[in-house]
Design a protein around this ligand. Sequence first.
Ligand SMILES: *[C@@H]1O[C@H](CO)[C@@H](O)[C@H](O)[C@H]1NC(C)=O
Ligand SMILES: *[C@@H]1O[C@H](CO)[C@@H](O)[C@H](O)[C@H]1NC(C)=O
Ligand SMILES: *[C@@H]1O[C@H](CO)[C@@H](O)[C@H](O)[C@H]1NC(C)=O
Ligand SMILES: *[C@@H]1O[C@H](CO)[C@@H](O)[C@H](O)[C@H]1NC(C)=O
Length: 340
Amino acid sequence: MLKELQLSLSVILLLACGFLYQFTLKSSCLFCSPSFKSQQGPEALLSHKRGIVFLETSERIEPPHLVSCAVESAAKIYPERPVAFFMKGLTDSTLTPSNSTYPAFSLLSEIDNVFLFPLDMKRLFEDTPLFSWYTQINTSAERNWLHISSDASRLAIIWKYGGIYMDTDVISIRPIPEENFLAAQDSQYSSNGVFGFLPHHPFLWECMENFVENYNSDIWGNQGPDLMTRMLRVWCKLEDFRELSDLRCLNMSFLHPQRFYPISYPEWRRYYEVWDTDPSFNDSYALHLWNYMNQEGRAVVSGSNTLVENLYQKHCPGTYKDLIQGPEGPVTGELHPGNK
Ligand SMILES: *[C@@H]1O[C@H](CO)[C@@H](O)[C@H](O)[C@H]1NC(C)=O
Ligand SMILES: *[C@@H]1O[C@H](CO)[C@@H](O)[C@H](O)[C@H]1NC(C)=O
Ligand SMILES: *[C@@H]1O[C@H](CO)[C@@H](O)[C@H](O)[C@H]1NC(C)=O
Ligand SMILES: *[C@@H]1O[C@H](CO)[C@@H](O)[C@H](O)[C@H]1NC(C)=O
């Protein structure tokens, strides 16, 4: 009898511990202070559940509307997964500056499953082929350093933790039902703006090796989409897409351009136009807005009924609310590495 009692007590204790553990892991805090979220390191967070990863390699802390929309829409589409935003401008000592100077930063840090982390490249590249390259390079002599460091960081993060990487101009509209995938931007050409892998996938390891072996910062995209495409050709026999089907190769999928690029880059201005009927994007998981092309600084104008305004309203309502309430936000036309 006593034994039974002991046994059931232990079971109850175990259950209670398990419950508490689960509860603590849920981002929406046990002690209900936003700083609690930031105290958990990226390793603990992302090795528990595979996340969605965004990067900001410039020192900028306050995200423009498009970046805020990308992160918010991912948080909305993947409510059960952590959305990790690594920012170079955050340091361990920066306490979340959640005040009115940084409305979008505050908006994002208040979302339960969004986590903002400092981007510490040296630490990130440890134990990867990128480490020796990184320690030898003179970063201030590299013209495209913001882009190159972004290309390198995304490979290392997804190799280490697994999950999905997305550029900060990608609006999520439905979950991606794949674990190991690359996104075609065109027939037989891979983007590096969205991709996903399980942790320690050898494809990404080989990408990092090839990154270092073929490093040439003077060729645009050489460490980015060109690298992914090069490696995909090594791993797979690439064919053209048939109708709307994805391609399979070993345990990876090469996703049809419709999944992320239903509007191709020469057409990017279509996002900023009014359509007779907004497209349903039924064959897409997320929309890449080609911010890199937007050097003329097109922005979302409230009340304009453009496709992009309607996308904001539907997929990132918090950002949209800020946008219509706030002063005319920063124009989205700057060149930024997180969103080519
Ligand atoms: C907001 O935070 C920034 C940076 O931490 C600081 O410089 C600024 O004075 C703060 N503004 C207010 C209103 O607290
Ligand atoms: C790194 O590059 C900058 C800019 O070209 C140069 O001024 C500096 O001397 C270089 N540093 C080293 C250690 O080579
Ligand atoms: C995927 O394929 C690679 C190469 O064949 C293999 O090393 C890796 O373990 C596989 N991963 C999974 C999750 O099956
Ligand atoms: C898109 O999908 C929805 C639901 O799956 C369906 O009702 C609708 O007809 C589809 N639209 C088009 C244009 O295929």
